[in-house]
Design a protein around this ligand. Structure first.
Ligand code: IMP
Length: 195
């Protein structure tokens, strides 16, 4: 089965390919000729996930022999009413900068005792023209200062519940076994394996 992943992030493509059933041939955006960023005009993570999958599905002229999926993720912080949420990548403005985002988050929470937060991922799969959603969530808290070198984004600040270290300190093996993205991918994998 041919599956197009609406991403040009080679690391993400390899990471997801490694966990999908072996009969699935995964291609990224480059392989189908999309070299620009797909617009994400939505106001929720779920909407952007859908819009990305839909963009590629339309690009492929709604060919029902091809299936497409897209993922969108973000960090929601309780004391900030769910911010940065859908704006996680560009929380501190353009251009996208992980370090600036982390500094802004620490600043926004400086007077807050409530450090609760969660990451969410929504995968949208368009298979034979039908739309399916797979969601993953991991709860945790925001550390007072960044620690660790692994990962990306808010990993140096996010301490998953049940752990005392940040994602960036825990490393990719632990992170990829418990993360929001891993949970959503696992749900899609189980769905595809049952077809
Ligand atoms: P994306 O939709 O996976 O590209 O995620 C959007 C933004 O959310 C990223 O640029 C990061 O700022 C943040 N984010 C999403 N997933 C993670 C994660 O696993 N660790 C840290 N930050 C993340």
């Amino acid at each position: 089965m041919k599956l197009i992943f609406a991403s040009s992030n080679v690391n993400k493509i390899r990471e997801i390919e490694a966990v999908l059933p072996q009969n699935i041939i995964l291609s990224g955006l480059k392989e189908i000729g999309i070299t620009h960023e797909i617009p994400e005009p939505g106001t929720t993570i779920k909407e952007n996930s859908f819009l990305k999958a839909r963009f590629v599905w339309d690009f492929l002229k709604n060919d029902t022999n091809v299936s497409v999926f897209a993922d969108d993720s973000g960090l929601e912080v309780e004391a900030l009413n769910g911010a940065p949420g859908v704006y996680s990548a560009r929380y501190a403005g353009e251009p996208k900068n992980d370090e600036a985002n982390n500094i802004k988050l620490i600043q926004e929470l400086k007077n807050s005792n409530n450090r609760n937060a969660h990451f969410i991922t929504v995968i949208t799969l368009i298979l034979k023209g039908e739309v399916y959603y797979f969601e993953g969530e991991i709860k945790g808290s925001i550390a007072l200062r960044p620690s660790g070198n692994s990962g990306f984004g808010y990993d140096p600040l996010f301490v998953p519940n049940g752990y005392t270290k940040t994602f960036a300190e825990l490393g990719s093996e632990i992170k990829n076994s418990i993360s929001h993205r891993a949970i959503a991918v696992k749900k899609m994998k189980e769905f595809l394996a049952g077809l």
